[in-house]
Design a binder for this molecule. Sequence first.
Ligand code: GH3
Ligand code: MG
Ligand code: MG
Ligand code: MG
Length: 286
Amino acid sequence: MNLFIVDDSVLIQKKLKDTIEKNFEDINISLFNSSEELLNFIEMKIKKPDFIFLDVILPGIDGLKTCKILKKLSDLDSYIFIMTSQDTDETLEKAFKSGADDFILKPLREPEIIARLKTYIKLKNYIDKLEELNKRDFLTELYNKSQFYENLKKVVYEEDVFSVLFIDIDDFKQINDTYGHMTGDHILEELGKIIKKYENKMIVPFRYGGEEFSILIKKYDRQKAYLVAEELRKKIEDKLFYKNIKVTISGGVADNSNIDNYSDIIEIADSKLYIAKSNGKNQIVI
Ligand code: GH3
Ligand code: MG
Ligand code: MG
Ligand code: MG
């Protein structure tokens, strides 16, 4: 976790840094003497602060104004502690109106800093966990459809070359009808696990819908993505699933050459999948 300290007193910076380092592991601390230094650093997007300890009286832009600026930045959701020796209702009110998450009086008291930071770290860990859960489908543990769209939109401007693979299980309705829905779910779970093994920095799979999956493959054009898809198709064809049931998949691959926007690539991959189905299933089409 990243923690930024902004104070014009080097002594206070040091004291706070020592206190935190003594009591917490895995917290990376950066020090700033002024709001300008902090804002410039944040603008460079090298590091994102999870916590900011922000002094009120500073040379140049004061802490309360800076707090307001920080809270308006959409890609920043840092927890901001306002620190001040001004023990008045007015400062307290101003601090919270500026968007501060907490208010700490100077001189700083070590047990107070530790206790408050501990609480917020716990809270942050819960929030991170919930956010991660919200991104995934609980049956297969793959990322869900909304994540597919978010990732796709990002990849469109971040990557020069990438591919999308659409996968649909063949005759899944028949599996449900023959063995029941519970067995169907079990098979989906097993198949999801096979697909999840591919998840890395370059390959990101999603549960697109019921028995449909999509996979984003960065840096690969459709010929290379086809090889990944074929390997996956064979792996599934060769596996005996729950109750020794055999399962096959069909897939369509598209890459970002000649597309105008992200929905084009979905349409192309989907149309290739349709061809794979009409050509007899258990195959990948590019
Ligand atoms: P095709 O080869 O043409 O894809 O045939 P299909 O039977 O797989 O076709 P279709 O896509 O129309 O049917 C999908 C079926 O998948 C229908 C639905 O009951 C089943 N299904 C979708 N989501 C789930 C799920 O979460 N669990 C289970 N058990 N079944 C699901
Ligand atoms: Mg000061
Ligand atoms: Mg389907
Ligand atoms: Mg199907």
